[in-house]
Design a protein around this ligand. Sequence first.
Ligand code: HEC
Length: 111
Amino acid sequence: MRVKTCAAAAAVLCAFALPATAGVDNDAALKMMKADGCTKCHAVDKAKKGPAYQKVAAKYKGKADAEAKLIEFVTKSPKVKLDDGSEEDHKAVSTKDAAQVKNLVQWVLAQ
Ligand code: HEC
């Protein structure tokens, strides 16, 4: 299905979208992050208030517990430090659907 969708889209978009999406539902992850306001603080390739997802993926690369750690992070609202030195509770994902959370985390790790 992914391949078919891709063939219909502009080639340049496909080249951009494919490497990060193996086995992960890209659209679902992006939709979820938009709905939850994650994109206010995170982008894939540049730091905003929070780190770029590429940086997060690099940090966890090769770590066996990466997925479990990040699932905990995005569901438990730990305290995080912002650039201006202030602290706040990190936003948790609004879904309680474990499969969706897992997909989101796998998407982050694939950046
Ligand atoms: C108010 C800004 C803000 C929002 C909104 C936000 N984040 Fe973050 N996020 C941060 C900051 C700051 C960090 C860095 C925390 C640290 O390194 O201690 C971070 C870190 C992370 C990390 C990396 C954790 C790690 O262990 O390195 C992930 C993954 C993440 N955020 C996902 C999300 C998701 C998913 C959402 C939406 C549900 C979200 N963030 C919403 C600011 C934000």
